[in-house]
Structures are given as structure tokens and as C-alpha cells.
Design a protein around this ligand. Structure first.
Ligand code: SF4
Length: 476
């Protein structure tokens, strides 16, 4: 089969992240389409003829894709889409069918799997929507593309009917068995960066998938956690070092440090092999301790992103966050003491939010001074507990997933309107960005870690731009 994988173009000139839990426009990040590269490698092992276009990464337009479709004439098109770029991304189906009416179109989008029928009804030219683990479901679907009735983990079109084939445990991938993503299908890794452009060769990478925690607002809450072994991770790291001289990696796992021993093993190998790669990860405040933080720093960890969400314990408890404000405080301090930058994210608008709790969050930030912050508003993603809460409370009536932005609220709380929450978000950024002690704290970090100087300068320019020019829209 001739298969083309496409990461659609940027949306209104804004880069788009189309990766699992993170399906958003993001002004200051251009990520390679890891999931498509992974799929490409698997399908290539199965002897299919693969081409890949990262239109977002290389800033190519739909016209370019159209030309490639006409030239290559694939049998199957696989692409990703996001809620807020939905109509734009899925327009590729119409384009593909115009070039070849027999082409089969397969779409991937994690965030909308709970409204799968709506997705299919909205895009008549979409043949299949993947709702299970794409690493196992897509290869099986490709083998059975002309009779998908037995393929699990898909929604598909049979004549005028929409059929749902639920995923079962059998469709869960063993990540250690997967080949290294087909990085070679990209012309280079030059376009990619996260949060702040740097000159260092960068990539994202997964060492695990899923998260067993049950934060009420999260689209991956309660999903099976699937780790890769330390050796499997090292194999990919060695490959990236040897072939691309990668200098910077963001481990894109939902929650990197769920299994402490696994991370200790990865850190030990990275340290012993002197890979000289700086890296970042996402994790939770209750899954870090000093021993782990020290090992991570030694192995090249330079930053971590921690979802703190609120400075109010009551809000954290209502959101089933299962961390305490004190745990967050301790971890921020420990990480900073060990030269690891801490990016903390917060959400305004979780159940119980009021102007008092907003103030508690701002005070928490001023007290703990994380290296960087993200303030978002709570988004009622379909299928989440938060979505159900908003409906039950009468705070959300109709919802169009195209409006689900993390910078613009569509649902309030009992005490705050959506407009209040937008104001709170801006106010929080202003409170930090006009707080001289925060700048001093970051200057202290750079003095102790001079190799962060260039990134610190670029980050400062970014936040000034972001705050003054873009009012923190489509970015953090
Ligand atoms: S810890 Fe909570 S927010 Fe983070 S990935 Fe898990 S469920 Fe989602």
C-alpha cells in the first residue's frame, strides 16, 4: 500500500501541536510529529510504501500537500487534527478524495475520542477515526482497510452508517516492541523547538504513555500507563545522538517519573554513557524526591514541568489532583536548589474557584517563584469529569469543541464568570511579570548555571513579546 502521513499546515500562521493530550495552537513551540513518525516506522516494517509531510514543522501550505497527493497518489492518507483547528485540519480529506476518489482517509485526534460520532458526522470524507492505541490499531486497520468490521479501536463509515468498534485491552501497544520513529523521513530537525527557540538540535520523545491519575479536567486521566524499559529508551537516545547529534530533548510523557526505579535506571545509563544531552520532562509534585532530582540533574535534566494547578488545597482536592500545596512548594525548592528549572502550570476555573482562591494561587507563585509559569483557564474537554460537572451545574449548555482554548474561558464557576477567569489569568501573569524578585531569582539561577544564559535571554524576549504584543493568546 502507498501510505501518506500528514501533519497539516500551521493554523492562521500559528504552529499547532498535534500530539496526544496536547492538541493545541502554540505560538512558541514547533514539535516534530512524533506519533506520525512512529506510525511511519511501524508501517514501513510491514513493507508499505511510506511518505510523510510535516507541513506544520516546515511551514508548508495545503497547496504543497495537494501537489504531493497528485504526484504520489497514495492509497491511504493518515493525518492528525485538533479540536480548535478541526475544520481546517480535516479539510484535507476533501482534498485527498478530489485527487483520488478511492483513497481511504484515517484521522487521529486524542481529545475528541469521546465524541467520535460527532467527529464522523462533521467530516463526511473521513473514512476512519482512530479511538484506540494508534500504534496497534492503525497497522491492523491498514491490513484490513477494505473490510474493517473486525478491527478494534476505530469508528468507521459503512455506506451511510457510522460503526463503532470499541478498543479492548488487546489493542494496547507494548512500546518496547516498536521500532525507532522514522526520523529519517524529515529533511532535518532544524525547525523544531519547545517554548523558546534555541540553536540546539531538539526533539521530543516518549518513554511512557498514559497516566493512572484522575485529575478531573484531564483527557488522559485514568488511561493505562505503558512504560518503555530503560534499555529501549537508551536505544533511541543513542540513535538520536549518533545520527542527529541531538542536544536537547523534551520527554513528552504525560507523567515521566511514575516509576522511580525506571527513571533512576535511565539516568544511570545516560550518566555512564556521557550522552551529553540536556533534557526536560513533565511530572507531578508527589512523584519526586531529592535522590531522584539529584540523579536527574546529573543525567542532564535541566527543567521540569509540574502541574500545580492551584495554590488552594481545597481546589486541588476538588479536582482530584492528589497532591498537596506543601508538596508542590517543597519540590519547586528542591529542583531549583539542584539547578533544575521548574515550569509550573496553573488552571483558573476549576470547581470552587473564586477571587480568593485566585489570590491564593498568585501568592503561591510569588512565594515559591518557579522559573516559569503557565496560567490556563479550565477547559471542559468532552468526556472529562470537569465537563460533566459544568453540565450538571448548568454552567455549560452548548459546546463547540472548536472553541476550546486554554486562554479563553467558556465555562465559569459558581463565583466567577468566564470573563472573570480570563481576567484572573491575565492578572496572574501581570503579577509575576512585574515582580522584580522573580527576575532576581532567575538571574541567580543563570549565574549558577551560565550555560542557561542564552536561553534565559531568549525566554525573556519571548515573555515580553507574549505579554505585551499577544496578550498571552495561543501561548503560555
Ligand atoms: S497527573 Fe493528572 S493532569 Fe497529569 S496527565 Fe495524569 S491525570 Fe492528567
Amino acid at each position: 500500500m502507498k501510505i501518506m502521513l500528514v501533519n497539516p499546515p500551521r493554523f492562521q500562521k500559528l504552529p499547532v501541536i498535534r500530539e496526544e493530550r496536547c492538541e493545541i495552537t502554540e505560538r512558541y513551540s514547533v514539535l516534530e510529529p512524533y506519533s506520525l513518525l512512529q506510525l511511519a516506522a511501524i508501517l514501513r516494517e510491514n513493507n508499505h510504501d511510506i511518505s510523510l509531510i510535516d507541513a506544520n514543522g516546515f511551514d508548508l501550505n495545503f497547496e504543497h500537500i495537494q501537489k504531493r497527493l497528485s504526484k504520489i497518489k497514495p492509497d491511504i492518507l493518515i493525518f492528525r487534527f485538533t479540536p480548535t483547528t478541526f475544520d481546517y485540519d480535516t479539510s484535507i480529506c476533501k482534498m485527498a478524495k478530489k485527487a483520488n476518489p478511492h483513497i481511504k482517509t484515517i484521522g487521529l485526534c486524542w481529545t475528541l475520542t469521546k465524541v467520535m460520532e460527532d467527529v464522523m458526522n462533521s467530516v463526511p470524507k473521513l473514512d476512519f477515526y482512530i479511538t484506540g492505541d494508534y500504534e496497534t490499531v492503525v497497522p491492523t486497520l491498514v491490513e484490513n482497510i477494505h473490510d474493517a468490521s473486525t478491527v478494534e479501536g476505530i469508528v468507521w463509515r459503512s455506506g451511510n452508517d457510522i460503526r463503532i468498534n470499541p478498543a479492548t485491552r488487546d489493542t494496547i501497544a507494548n512500546l518496547d516492541e516498536l521500532p525507532i520513529p522514522a526520523y529519517d523521513l524529515l529533511d532535518s530537525l532544524d525547525p523544531y523547538f519547545i517554548n523558546t527557540p534555541t540553536d540546539e538540535t531538539f526533539t521530543i520523545m516518549y518513554t511512557s504513555r498514559g497516566c493512572p491519575y484522575r485529575c478531573i479536567y484531564c483527557t488522559v486521566a485514568g488511561t493505562p500507563w505503558k512504560p518503555r524499559s530503560a534499555e529501549s529508551v537508551m536505544k533511541e537516545l543513542r540513535y538520536l545522538k549518533k545520527n542527529y547529534d541531538v542536544k536537547l530533548i523534551s520527554f513528552f510523557d504525560e507523567t515521566f517519573t511514575i516509576d522511580k526505579q525506571r527513571i533512576m535506571d535511565i539516568c544511570q545509563s545516560m550518566t555512564e554513557e556521557k550522552l551529553n544531552i540536556k533534557w526536560y520532562c513533565n511530572t507531578r509534585a508527589n512523584l519526586l524526591d531529592e535522590e531522584l532530582i539529584v540523579a536527574m540533574r546529573k543525567a542532564g535534566c535541566r527543567g521540569m514541568s509540574i502541574g500545580v494547578e492551584s495554590g488552594s488545597q481545597e481546589i486541588l482536592d476538588k479536582a482530584s489532583k492528589r497532591i498537596t500545596v506543601d508538596e508542590a512548594r517543597t519540590v519547586i525548592k528542591l529542583a531549583k536548589q539542584n539547578g533544575i528549572k521548574v515550569l509550573c502550570s496553573f488552571i483558573f476555573g476549576l470547581p470552587g474557584e473564586s477571587w480568593d482562591t485566585v489570590e491564593e494561587t498568585i501568592q503561591f507563585v510569588k512565594d515559591t517563584l518557579p522559573t516559569g509559569v503557565q496560567f490556563n483557564v479550565a477547559v471542559p474537554y468532552p468526556g472529562t469529569e470537569f465537563y460533566r460537572w459544568a453540565i450538571e451545574k448548568g454552567l455549560l449548555e452548548e459546546m463547540d469543541w472548536r472553541q476550546l482554548y486554554q486562554h479563553e474561558s467558556i465555562v465559569g464557576t459558581e463565583d466567577m464568570t468566564p470573563e472573570d477567569l480570563d481576567k484572573a489569568r491575565y492578572m496572574a501573569y501581570k503579577a509575576l511579570y512585574t515582580y522584580p524578585i522573580w527576575y532576581l531569582e532567575n538571574v541567580k539561577h543563570v549565574m549558577k548555571n551560565p550555560d542557561d544564559f542564552s536561553m534565559a535571554v531568549k525566554y525573556s524576549i519571548k515573555i515580553i513579546n507574549n505579554f505585551l504584543l499577544h496578550r498571552m493568546e495561543h501561548s503560555h
